[in-house]
Unconditional design. Structure first.
Length: 178
């Protein structure tokens, strides 16, 4: 199975104009990812031994926001997501699965990009933290961010989406015919 598009288009409108991600070269894709698309995976991927506060602030610093402001915004999200301040200076690789996921969410939500991709954003979270994430998604939508997500959490999905595409309806034959 290929993880790249073998036909069709994936059009993304960003600061550099509209690009077709399916046909774009690696530099164009990296540029679109940096300037247009935020991403929350169900797995935390970060540099070992980097403090949680810096993991969350990094996307802002990469976009030219000063370190103090980036860390202040990161701190606000970490606090909102219930990560105790005593953990902010520690690497998130030492955290529980739920704490790691909340750092991951904070990192993905800290920027104000036009598109936010979510891959099981509430994996490993309890009900109260799922509600916080639901509120964060609603806020992004209210501010005009396009959100594309994969949700197994049906309640979250139903609370935030305006369109559902069920992958259960797709089969190899349906893909071949498309």
């Amino acid at each position: 199975m290929s993880l790249t598009a073998d036909r069709g288009s994936i059009l993304v409108d960003g600061p550099g104009g509209v690009i077709d991600i399916a046909a774009a070269g690696p530099r164009q894709v990296l540029g679109a990812r940096k300037d247009t698309m935020g991403y929350v995976s169900q797995f935390l991927r970060c540099v070992p031994r980097v403090a949680a506060l810096n993991v969350v602030a990094e996307p802002l610093i990469e976009r030219g926001i000063g370190t103090a402001e980036a860390q202040a915004r990161a701190a606000g999200l970490l606090a909102r997501l219930g990560i105790p301040e005593s953990l902010w200076a520690l690497p998130p690789g030492t955290f529980s699965g739920g704490e790691q996921q909340r750092v991951n969410i904070a990192s993905g939500f800290v920027t104000d990009l036009p598109l936010l991709l979510l891959d099981e954003p509430t994996a490993s979270l309890d009900a109260s933290n799922r509600e916080i994430v639901t509120d964060l998604i609603r806020e992004k939508l209210k501010h005009g961010t396009a959100v594309l997500g994969v949700f197994h959490d049906v309640k979250l999905r139903d609370d935030v989406v305006d369109r559902v595409v069920s992958v259960e309806a797709f089969t190899a034959a349906a893909w071949a015919a498309a």
